[in-house]
Design a protein around this ligand. Structure first.
Ligand code: SAM
Length: 438
């Protein structure tokens, strides 16, 4: 079954017009048992296949929908050793193959490390809490905290647009209030934005309870399930670049749908389903999870295969997912200001600016990436798209120059890419490709 899928994938291979691309044969998928027994290299070659894994967040550029394609590329070049996911993001690769190989999952964003650990190193102990216990503890906190608030609103009760926006403004103004309870970050920073004050109370309370289980082997599953809950309760479009304003009756009604969602119920549903399938012993592979810049991560790599899926577009992940970063770090960051006024998106002042998203820096970033992979003695699978910040022809030139004497191959498939709006342009044709270096 798997080999049939693999062959279908590679039937879609298109040869680059660029003369500089050197194309290699499909690989050893057809090796006989006798050949495999004679060759230690072939013996070391695994054929990874995707296991079922839970999805926690909506993530721009996630490879979960084309994971079979990505794995077909990795299976082409993999010759043993660890698998390093250099730009882990939603940690989909760790989710897909963490039970088959030692994975080093890296990303500059800390929420990615939490998701990676939920897939790679989390397990269920006798002492791990149930969702009912977490929710019961959170409820006590919420009941106390809500007593000091007079801007909570019942979103099931119809109100005028004017009244609705009045409540939104009152909740947004909590940013200027001082609170004595130490766990009030979402209430203060995000009430009346992507979440209501009531939802923010629950987010803070579950986050507080989560930290009572910091030493439990399912701590990262608790945090990841909370990330799921905030993603599906948010009134935004799947990311946290801008929240929507209630400009019309219809947008007010739509926002109210999300305001009515229960963070506690969303959390419990995800946590219960993950916990029931979670292994009851620690992982057998020596997995590693880091939050390094890709250059520092490559300096730690030696051999194995690097899977690199850098950003393709000019938008910075740190702007789109700042709320996840803040949920995980819970560090009351300084918020970006323009001309002395807090920006609407309430972004972290210290957020990361990726060279892959800046036209004048992207070429140099790829040169450093290729050099780092070469010096680490690893094989490479690079995901990129025909709508990226650098053309595929230029990328191919760079790769063949940096990896001279090695096999460099490009493989395409068609893939519907998720764009950023909720509108009709959500899906546009984008061709994904893999550059394989062996
Ligand atoms: C296209 S996404 C990866 C998606 C991932 N493969 C998945 O399936 O979810 C690119 C990732 O690169 C990360 N990133 C951007 N610049 C980085 C840098 N300098 N070092 C490490 N990670 C970086 C972003 O935080 C983002 O998560």
């Amino acid at each position: 079954m798997w080999e049939t899928e693999l062959n279908q994938c590679f039937k879609q291979r298109k040869l680059s017009k660029q003369k500089s691309f050197m194309l290699s044969a499909v690989g050893d998928a057809g090796a006989t048992l006798a050949e495999v027994e004679k060759s230690p290299t072939l013996l070391a070659r695994a054929q990874f296949r995707q296991r079922p894994y839970p999805h926690y967040i909506k993530y721009m550029g996630s490879k979960s929908k084309i994971m079979d394609f990505v794995l077909s590329g990795i299976n082409e070049v993999y010759e043993g050793g660890p698998l390093c996911d250099l730009f882990g993001g939603s940690a989909s690769l760790a989710g897909a193959v963490g039970d088959q190989v030692a994975v080093h999952s890296n990303d500059i964003q800390c929420y990615s490390a939490v998701l990676a650990r939920a897939y790679l190193t989390s397990w269920r102990a006798e002492s791990s809490p149930t969702s009912a216990s977490i929710i019961a503890q959170a409820k006590v906190i919420v009941e106390t905290s809500r007593q000091s608030l007079d801007c909570l609103h019942d979103y099931a009760a119809p109100v005028s647009l004017e009244k609705f926006n009045g409540v939104e403004r009152e909740q947004q103004a909590l940013l200027d209030r001082n609170f004595s309870h130490p766990w009030h970050l979402f209430l203060k920073y995000y009430s009346g934005t992507w979440w209501s004050a009531e939802q923010a109370l629950w987010i803070d309370a579950i986050r507080e309870v989560a930290d009572r289980y910091k030493d439990d082997p399912c701590y990262d599953v608790i945090l990841s399930s909370l990330m799921f809950a905030i993603a599906y309760a948010s009134q935004g479009t799947g990311h946290y670049a801008q929240y929507r304003d209630a400009n019309t009756e219809s947008s007010m009604r739509d926002i109210s749908i999300y305001r009515k969602r229960s963070v506690a119920q969303l959390f419990a549903k995800k946590y219960d389903s993950v916990l029931s399938d979670l292994q009851t012993e620690p992982a057998i592979y020596p997995h590693k999870v880091t939050t390094l810049d890709f250059r520092a991560c490559l300096a730690e790599c030696s051999g194995g295969t690097v899977y690199a899926d850098p950003p393709y577009a000019f938008v910075h992940y740190s702007r789109f997912y700042h709320a996840l970063e803040t949920l995980v770090l819970y560090d009351y960051p300084d918020i970006q200001e323009k001309k002395g006024v807090v920006v609407k998106g309430r972004y972290r002042e210290d957020r990361h600016q990726s060279p892959f998203c800046i036209r004048s820096l992207v070429k140099g970033a790829f040169e450093e990436l290729f050099r780092g992979v070469r010096e680490s003695g690893s094989n490479l699978v690079l995901s990129y798209s025909n709508t990226g910040m650098i053309s595929l022809d230029d990328l191919g030139d760079l790769a063949t120059r940096e990896f001279s004497g090695r096999s460099v191959e490009i493989v395409f498939t068609d893939y519907k890419h998720m764009t950023l709006g909720r509108q009709f342009d959500r899906h546009r044709e984008v061709e994904e490709c893999l550059i394989l270096v062996k």
